[in-house]
Each structure stands twice: as structure tokens, then as C-alpha cells.
Write a protein that binds this ligand. Structure first.
Ligand SMILES: Nc1nc2c(c(=O)[nH]1)N[C@H]1C(S)=C(S)[C@@H](COP(=O)(O)O)O[C@H]1N2
Ligand SMILES: [Mo]
Length: 512
């Protein structure tokens, strides 16, 4: 009984806390705890979780929190059955933990404490209510025997009464939890809808020509040259992505500048726009992995904004912060480079950025991995020294500089094939240097030069294809790319940490 009461109290606490938090547009208490866990566990554990659970790592984290919470809640219930103060002290400790996590989340205020506070109060009410044992004298008219109300005086009747009372209380608790869950969903939906209502249906027309994809860019139907937004990979440190409203969003450019700049969304859209195709890549991408995508971004040139702020002498780093607390920094030289079109982007593939890809605005820096540059939901750009700031992943075993390494990937064939002419095709990338050559090897044979697709610029990946006269048997295909500086990608295998995986992608297949 104690354990069940504890579990029910935990359920009500979590759901009521979620509803109250959602009503004030805050993450649920469980997600607040999860956020703190993500931001503070050692990188080895984080990587273990990603390796073990893959894209389900966040679900696994939430489940883990709920399992621990359930165990402790059951224990509190068992203790509270014997000593009422255990309920109050146990739940208070939990509530305090929830409050500390909630108010420490980025963009939080003291009002973020309301979720855990109401969750805690509800939990205590459930525990005390379910475990309350009325003294015989104060028992209500529970039994109706032979038309006459009588107290259940025998211990059997008393036990039966208690059981019914417990059952009724349990059903009420589950009802409260279900109602709170429905409310939380509704409030979360409202938060998303409120942000979506500020997404413009049309974007301003960019200055100059729009990006036109050359007809010879796509050699292989398996991988489109421009990745559809719906298929674009996503990396978020946050458990749930922030729903930012454009009408309250602001970007501040400050720090080592003579002329701090503040921009609203309307002001951003009113500035001269450009459109650029840029391939984004995650440093965590394994050899042959798909944490890479090419999009046409629309936005303003970052260097124009930075120059307008007039960096002072000694400024070395562009330090950026997101509303969700993510941070990233890269050399100011890169941001100011007149030959590299870094963007403060608000459009992706012809439409406003989708909420999960950084609406209202994000950075896109050609040639740098996303973890040092591509801050989504950006609200703050501070110019500082190189030593004055470390981004989210720095000091976590990842390099402070994150230039994208030359890599290539075989996309087709992806399985066994019939003997004869077989197109071997895929993508290669060396953003901002450009891909000059791709070669394919069958088993230990000679390297064959692949035909290359056309590209919009050296900032995108490049498609390649080579037609293989496949002969029956087991074979290994290997690909390697050479960038426009003449460097061929290394065959030496390296893990993604600390600054990007290396090695040649291979596919084993059987030809019949
Ligand atoms: N706010 C925020 N911005 C972020 C991240 C993040 O976790 N939070 N991840 C970065 C990383 S590691 C990458 S690879 C890119 C991915 O961008 P995408 O999710 O739009 O593909 O965003 C970058 N910007
Ligand atoms: Mo990344």
C-alpha cells in the first residue's frame, strides 16, 4: 500500500508539475532535471548514452529519470506509511531538487519554481490522503447495513473500508494525473502555436540572384543535392527544442565593439538579404554517417553585422549564445572573412527556418562544424578574446577549432547487386575548400576517378558517380576524396572526438 501510494504521488507530482510548467512556457520539471543532467554529466557518459541509445538517447534519459523517481517515490510511500513526516520530508527534498534544476535552466526566472512546487504539494496531498487511517470515532458513514448507518467496527470491516477508500483515492489520483497530462499537452500545443503564429509565410526577396541548383548537381537519386528540410539531420543538446516567438525575439551584438547592435526580427528581415547553398556537417558524424545535409539558406551576411558593430582591437572570437543555453565560438577572422559568406540565417530552402532548426534565426558558417558555429535560436553575439570564452562542447574533449575535414561517402549500391554495369555513387565534402577529385577502388585494385556533379559553390558537398563492371563474388568498395587544395583525405581511422572522424568509407557487398 505504501509503495503504491508513493508511486501514485510521484505520478501526480510529475504530471501536475508538467501542467503548471507548461502553462508558463517552461520545460517540465522532469525535462529541467534532464537538462541539468545533460549539461553536467561527464562527456564519456554522454557519449556512452548516444552510442548505446542512438537517437533515442533523450527518451532513454527521460525514462531513466522516471525509473529513479519511481523507486524513490515508492520508498517514500513505504516510509510514510509508518511515519507521516517521511512524506513531507521526502517530497520536500524532491521538490527542492526540482526547483533548483528548473530555476537554473537558461532563460529561467523564479516563476519556473511553480511547476515543482505545485507538483510537490500535490504529491504530499496524495500521500497523506491515501495513507490516512481514520480513527474509528471519526469514520464517516461508510457502511449501510440493513438500512441503518453503522460504523465498520470489526477489524475486517475496517480493513474492507480502508481498501475501498484506498482504491477510490487511487482512482482519483490517476484521474488528476490524466487531467494534468491533458492540460500539459494543451499548454505545450499553445506555446508551439504561439511561436508558429509569428513565422512569416513569405520571406523577403534576396539581393542578387537566387541560388540555382545546376542540373548536373544530382547524379544519384538516392541523395538529393539539396536536402529536403524534412530529411535534414538535427542535433540539439536541449531535451526539447525551444519554441521562440519572432515578435519578442532579439539579437544583441556586443562585447569588444565600439557600437553595440540590437536587432529585432522585423529589423533583420528589413536588411539586405542573400541566399547561399551551404552544407552543414556535425563533428559527431562517423565515417559513412548521415549527420550532414545541404540546404539553401537565406539571411544577412554576418560580416556586415559585425562590421557595423565595429570590433575593437584585440577582439578575436565570435561568442554566440542560444535561448536554450547552447553556446559556440569561432575566430573573428572567420566571421569577418570577405571570401566566406557566414550567414545570420532566417530562411531554409525557401521558407522561414522551421522551429526545430533555429527559428527565428541561426548562424551558418561555411567550412566549420556545427558545434563551434551553427548556433540555433541565437540571441547573443559577444566579441571577446580567444581565451575569454569557451563554447558548450569545448573543454568536454572537443577541439576549440572545428574546420570540417575532407570526407566522402558511398550511398549506392547499398546492398548486393547483379553482375554487370553498376553505378557506384555518393557524396564527398570539403566545405569552403571544395572537392576536386573522388576516386573509387574495388578490393585492392587500382583507383578509378569518378565523375563529379556540378556544385553551386565550394561550400557544398559534391556528388560523384563511377560505373563499375561488377563481376560475381564478394567485393569491397572504397572511396576517397581530394580537396581543391590538393589534399587527399587520410585513410587513418579517427573517432569523431575531438575534431571529426577520418578514414575511407567502404562497402562490402556480394555480386551475383
Ligand atoms: N541552440 C543550439 N544550436 C545548435 C546545437 C544545439 O544543440 N543547440 N547543435 C549544433 C550542432 S552540434 C550542429 S551539428 C548543428 C545542427 O544543426 P541542425 O540541427 O539544424 O541540423 O547545430 C548546432 N547548433
Ligand atoms: Mo554537431
Amino acid at each position: 500500500m505504501g509503495a503504491v501510494a508513493g508511486l501514485l504521488a510521484g505520478l501526480v507530482a510529475v504530471t501536475v508539475g508538467a501542467a503548471v510548467s507548461a502553462a508558463s512556457h517552461r520545460p517540465t520539471p522532469v525535462d529541467a532535471v534532464g537538462g541539468v543532467v545533460i549539461d553536467h554529466v561527464p562527456i564519456s557518459i554522454r557519449e556512452f548514452a548516444i552510442r548505446t541509445f542512438g537517437h533515442g538517447d533523450k527518451t532513454a534519459l527521460r525514462l531513466g529519470i522516471l525509473v529513479i523517481l519511481s523507486l524513490v517515490a515508492a520508498a517514500i510511500g513505504v516510509g510514510a506509511r509508518r511515519h507521516r513526516w517521511v512524506a513531507v520530508v521526502g517530497v520536500s527534498a524532491f521538490t527542492l531538487l526540482g526547483i533548483l534544476c528548473a530555476v537554473s535552466r537558461p532563460g529561467s526566472s523564479l516563476s519556473a519554481a511553480w511547476g515543482p512546487v505545485f507538483g510537490g504539494l500535490a504529491a504530499v496531498a496524495v500521500l497523506l490522503g491515501l495513507l490516512h487511517r481514520p480513527a474509528p470515532a471519526e469514520r464517516p458513514e461508510a457502511e449501510l447495513a440493513g438500512g441503518v448507518r453503522s460504523w465498520p467496527t470489526t477489524s475486517r470491516a475496517a480493513a474492507g473500508y480502508e481498501r475501498r477508500r484506498f482504491l477510490g483515492g487511487s482512482i482519483a489520483a490517476v484521474g488528476v494525473a490524466a487531467t494534468a497530462t491533458a492540460l500539459a499537452r494543451g499548454f505545450e500545443h499553445d506555446t508551439t502555436a504561439a511561436a508558429e503564429a509569428t513565422v512569416p509565410a513569405r520571406l523577403p526577396t534576396p539581393v542578387g540572384s537566387r541560388v540555382v541548383t545546376p542540373s548536373g548537381a544530382s547524379l544519384d537519386a538516392a541523395t538529393p543535392y539539396v536536402t529536403p528540410t524534412s530529411a535534414f539531420y538535427r542535433i540539439d543538446t536541449a531535451l526539447d527544442y525551444p519554441r521562440v516567438r519572432a515578435d519578442t525575439w532579439k539579437l544583441r551584438i556586443h562585447g569588444m565593439v565600439e557600437h553595440p547592435v540590437e536587432l529585432t526580427y522585423a529589423e533583420l528581415l528589413a536588411r539586405p538579404q542573400v541566399e547561399r547553398a551551404v552544407t552543414l556537417t556535425c563533428v559527431s558524424n562517423e565515417v559513412g554517417g548521415n549527420l550532414i545535409g545541404n540546404a539553401v539558406w537565406e539571411g544577412v551576411l554576418l560580416r556586415d553585422l559585425l562590421n557595423e558593430a565595429r570590433p575593437t582591437k584585440g577582439a578575436q572570437q565570435v561568442a554566440t549564445t542560444s535561448v536554450d543555453g547552447f553556446t559556440a565560438g569561432f575566430p573573428l577572422d572567420v566571421g569577418l572573412d570577405p571570401h566566406r559568406d557566414s550567414l545570420l540565417a532566417f530562411g531554409m530552402n525557401g521558407r522561414a527556418l522551421p522551429l526545430p532548426h533555429g527559428f527565428p534565426a541561426r548562424l551558418v558558417v561555411p567550412g566549420l562544424y556545427g558545434y563551434v558555429s551553427a548556433t540555433k535560436w541565437i540571441t547573443d553575439i559577444e566579441l571577446t578574446t580567444w581565451d575569454g570564452f569557451d563554447g558548450y562542447w569545448i573543454g568536454e574533449g572537443w577541439s576549440k577549432l572545428g574546420p570540417i575535414k575532407t570526407e566522402s561517402r558511398i550511398d549506392v549500391p547499398s546492398g548486393d547487386v547483379k553482375a554487370g554495369r553498376v553505378p557506384v555513387a555518393g557524396v564527398a565534402w570539403a566545405q569552403h575548400r571544395g572537392v576536386a577529385k573522388v576516386e573509387v577502388q574495388v578490393d585492392d585494385g587500382p583507383w578509378h576517378v569518378a565523375r563529379l556533379g556540378d556544385v553551386v559553390s565550394r561550400d557544398t558537398w559534391r556528388q560523384w558517380v563511377w560505373v563499375w563492371e561488377a563481376t560475381p563474388g564478394d567485393h569491397v568498395l572504397t572511396v576517397r576524396a581530394t580537396d581543391a587544395t590538393g589534399q587527399t583525405q587520410t585513410s587513418a581511422y579517427a573517432d569523431p572526438a575531438p575534431n571529426g572522424a577520418t578514414g575511407w568509407h567502404q562497402r562490402q557487398l556480394r555480386v551475383t
